[in-house]
Ligand binder design. Sequence first.
Ligand SMILES: Cc1cc2nc3c(=O)[nH]c(=O)nc-3n(C[C@H](O)[C@H](O)[C@H](O)COP(=O)(O)O)c2cc1C
Length: 188
Amino acid sequence: MEFKEVVEKRRALRSLERVEITEAMLEKLVEAASLSPSCFNNQPWRFVFVTDNAKLAVVHGSLSKGNEWIQAASAIVAVFTKKEMDCDIKGREYYLFDTGMATAFMMLAATDMGLVFHPIAGYSEEKLKSILNIPEDMTLIVAAAIGKASESINHLLTEKQALSEASRPERLPLTDIFYINEYNPVNE
Ligand SMILES: Cc1cc2nc3c(=O)[nH]c(=O)nc-3n(C[C@H](O)[C@H](O)[C@H](O)COP(=O)(O)O)c2cc1C
């Protein structure tokens, strides 16, 4: 896929169907993430993929209300990091920023592979860390459901969630988010 197509095709869809996620596919995803830039090349990101069905069922128990649609995901990846693993430049901490960039690389690679990669913040960090054996002092900043887009709307979706399957949630006008030469917001 062309870059533009990958960026435009990426959607946080919630109507998923099962697809086989092989180790080779996971390697491709991690390879893309590992090519992401990081402060001093610290590479503070770590990932745990869950592909085992029994384990996926346990992970479901750590998800927040509204995320029941994840039951149809074929894999879940937990993304975690630690402040000490990356730069702190006079109070500017980069671990979450760098880990987010790597996750975006992974997300676009997944899209290019024809997969849905849907990030979520709705989970109990404590429970999910315990299930996945992630040390307490690390921040589990995001998880993502990986699967294949389904033609039929998942019956577990709320009305609002179902609506957003068909059309991408609206974005701010570009003029609200960028400035040239200086920051000069007119509406604030
Ligand atoms: C950090 C983060 C957390 C999110 N958490 C959830 C979540 O818990 N549940 C959910 O259904 N979607 C979640 N989303 C998906 C967003 O709702 C979605 O990306 C947004 O509505 C824009 O839609 P689009 O990605 O299809 O363009 C999350 C996205 C991000 C980046």
